[in-house]
Design a binder for this molecule. Structure first.
Ligand code: V07
Length: 267
């Protein structure tokens, strides 16, 4: 279990003021297990600086490293990042090509650091359409980190939630035809086992940067009870402090599963 001093050590590196931090009454027992992030605003960040969109994507990649190592130090167990959606193929060819080179670059630079932090790399999304060099870099990282039992850094890449749900339905129909399951077996828990997130708990917290108030086909099933935090900060500007503030906001909200807090249920 994390204590305040350990948490302080995690933040000390990032230049936080110690007294300010300890006075914040950060609740170390309520670190979300699973955090999901829609990393939006990379293009807008670049435009503001009269740079090409790909410059924003590159800057965004560096923020992935920063937030992943911080989440790991804080004791978050799963961090799911929306890196590339099934809709993103419609973007200009040169932009798609650039994006598909980012996993290789990211892992080439940061895999040793991920190892040092005991982070396990995972991916969810259909691999078939992804270029082979991208697939190879990710498979290598997954293989080399498979025994790490710290943070799971789960990249949603060529991921779309409706596509995921549709494939779950298809596979259930197939298993039903083959006599592997019956109609009555299809419960919420069983359905979840047909999704790409079957190994993880549902996210406790979803953060979307850059001011857009939409889900954009991201984890529609899994986010049913999740706390949402939307911030105007663009992803390349998203700092450790912004992440900490999101966690504090999460801790301040009373979580309501379908209406009543557990303490209120018998009132
Ligand atoms: C991408 C940087 C972050 C902002 C959002 C879009 C651009 C890291 C990865 C990645 C993916 C898989 C992996 C290791 C790293 C990545 C894409 C885009 C397609 F195993 N950042 N990043 N992949 N961006």
């Amino acid at each position: 279990m994390l204590n305040k001093m350990k948490l302080w050590k995690a933040f000390n590196k990032e230049g936080f003021n110690k007294n300010e931090f300890l006075n914040e009454q950060f609740n170390d027992s309520q670190i979300p297990h699973h955090v999901a992030i829609i990393m939006d605003g990379n293009g807008r960040w670049a435009k503001q600086r009269h740079l090409p969109r790909i410059a924003g994507h590159h800057e965004g990649m560096k923020v992935v490293r920063k937030i992943a190592t911080l989440a790991s130090r804080l004791g978050v167990k799963v961090l799911t990042l929306y890196a590339f959606s099934t809709e993103n193929w419609k973007r200009p060819k040169h932009e798609v090509e650039y994006l598909m080179k980012l996993p290789e670059e990211f892992l080439g630079s940061f895999l040793p650091e991920l190892q040092a932090h005991n982070i396990r790399v995972e991916m969810m999304g259909h691999k078939e359409q992804i270029p082979s060099y991208t697939q190879r870099a990710i498979s290598k990282a997954m293989e080399e980190t498979k025994d790490n039992d710290g943070l799971v850094l789960n990249f949603a890449l060529n991921y779309g939630s409706r596509d995921e749900i549709m494939w779950a339905v298809r596979n259930i129909v197939k298993d039903a035809k083959n006599g592997i399951i019956n109609e009555d077996d299809v419960t919420e828990n069983v359905f979840s086992q047909y999704l790409m997130t079957k190994d993880y708990k549902d996210p406790d917290l979803m953060i979307r940067t850059s001011g857009e108030l939409r889900l954009s086909n991201f984890m529609l099933w899994q986010l049913a009870y999740t706390e949402f935090i939307f911030t105007d900060v663009l992803w390349p500007d998203f700092s450790e402090e912004d992440f900490l503030n999101a966690l504090k906001e999460y801790q301040n909200r009373s979580r309501r599963f379908g209406g009543l807090k557990s303490e209120e249920q018998n009132e």
